[in-house]
Ligand binder design. Structure first.
Ligand code: FAD
Length: 412
């Protein structure tokens, strides 16, 4: 068996949408640099970037001034332009965030305030009658309407970024799981399987669900850790497809970074509902029965997770019940779309979120990037990182190529 040996000015670990966007941005900034992307799977973008809702967010939810808010607004505009230029799918189907009862209206108003502060285009608060005109099948007492929220095909965008990287002279090596990182005086040595080795001048880690493990390999602190939360999706039966025009979301729980089970048309013509949020039994555990005992113990044996579990055990139990009961799932969706029953739901593909958690058991809401020697490590890139991939990639490229030693972006 032959071993791969390569050297490059820059190595990017992780062939998801964030790693590919960053690699592309590095070559746009410095076209003469040699660059390699190392991806452990045979294919690119097959974890979070290929298993999400496909929504191009407009910036409704995020705390004004946060990195999420900044990058989301810029990211939506950049993706709209990029997909138009490359003839990739992008449909501005719009979105309603629906309040089911009066008690949710203050939270809806807060979302409206945030939307305005974040520059979400054309966003409005609407009453029940207008909601019916926009989404005739949906029910609620009021809603927030964001007509510029869109849907797209993130794996197709990631593949297009990969084409840009190759066209600019970069190399993409798949089936290269980085297992060891050694920082030397002038270089970083990345070792894969069977003695495969890449020696690079600078390294960027964008490893999603394994981002914390690789950052620790590079010498960074163990916290925040990644705790994997599985999100199950169902497909609605074809007769529902004509009854829904755009995205329908609940008012989210302000204490959680998840947006709640939503109804999502896809650019492929399907109608999905999901995702819920349950602790996954493996970092890439897309089925309830996929269990990796080392990864489960790593999560639940850690004091940070125990603190989190103590605080959220009620929500956790409700989510687990919804994960095993299709009837419960359907009843929750029927609150927004009356008439849906368990018979209308067909199990679809699940995704797992890489959710960073600190030692106090708090879910980290914003993007986190750190610098350790010659390595820049993305420690948290949750939703809407796919929407924001172009400006995040540009910022990561700037940090990687800058010579200042100031710790990189750390905003929570
Ligand atoms: C259920 C769900 C729904 C979501 N919905 C949306 C949405 O609608 N809109 C939105 O904007 N965002 C959404 N997100 C968030 C978005 O998908 C992610 O923030 C984004 O895809 C993160 O990209 P990434 O490149 O950081 O991670 P990933 O796509 O997970 O890529 C990381 C890559 O690193 C590779 N890797 C890991 N370890 C190694 C190693 N040792 N060596 C080499 N390679 C390695 C992995 O194989 C993987 O390909 C959602 C996420 C989930 C899970």
């Amino acid at each position: 068996m032959s071993t791969a040996q390569a050297s490059a000015d820059v190595a990017v670990i992780g062939g998801g949408i964030v790693g590919l966007a960053a690699a592309r941005a590095v070559l746009q900034r410095e076209p003469t640099l040699s660059l390699v992307v190392l991806e452990k799977e045979e294919r690119l973008a097959c974890h979070q970037s290929g298993r999400n809702s496909g929504v191009v967010h407009a910036g409704v939810y995020y705390a004004p001034g946060s990195l999420k808010a900044r990058f989301c607004t810029a990211g939506r505009a950049a993706l709209a332009a990029y997909t138009a230029e490359r003839h990739l799918p992008y449909v501005e189907c719009g979105k309603v965030v629906v309040a089911l009862r009066d008690a949710e209206i203050p939270r809806l108003e807060e979302l409206y305030r945030r939307s305005c502060a974040n520059g979400v285009p054309d966003v409005r608060l609407i009453d029940a009658d207008e909601l019916r005109r926009i989404e005739p099948t949906a029910r609620g007492v009021a809603a927030l309407h964001s007509p510029r929220t869109a849907i797209t095909d993130f794996p197709a965008i990631a593949r297009s970024f990969a084409d840009d990287i190759r066209a600019a002279g970069g190399r993409i090596m798949t089936a290269f799981p980085v297992q060891h990182i050694e920082q030397r005086q002038d270089t970083v040595v990345l070792t894969g399987r069977n003695g495969d080795r890449v020696v690079a001048g600078r390294v960027l880690i964008c490893a999603g669900l394994y981002g914390d493990r690789l950052a620790v390999m590079a010498g960074d602190a163990p916290e925040p850790r990644i705790v994997p939360f599985r999100g199950d999706y169902y497909r609605l039966t074809p007769e529902w497809r004509t009854r829904v025009r755009g995205l329908i979301y609940p008012v989210p729980d302000p204490g959680l970074p998840f947006l709640g089970v939503h109804i999502t048309p896809t650019v492929g013509g399907e109608l999905l509902v999901g995702p819920n949020a349950v602790l996954a039994m493996a970092r890439e555990g897309y089925r309830a029965r996929t269990v990796r005992p080392d990864e489960v113990l790593d999560a639940i044996g850690w004091p940070g997770f125990l603190r989190f579990a103590r605080r959220y055990w009620r929500v956790g139990c409700a989510e687990m019940w919804r994960a095993v009961s299709r009837r419960r799932f359907a009843a929750d969706v029927a609150a927004y779309l009356p008439g849906i029953t368990a018979r209308d739901l067909i199990r679809a593909r699940a995704g797992v979120r890489a959710q960073a958690m600190d030692a106090a058991g708090r879910l980290v809401d914003d993007f986190i990037v750190r610098r350790v020697g010659k390595v820049v490590a993305v420690r948290n890139a949750p939703s809407p990182a796919a929407t924001s991939s172009i400006p995040i990639g540009e910022e990561l490229a700037r940090l990687l190529l800058s010579t200042d030693d100031v710790p990189a972006v750390e905003s929570q």
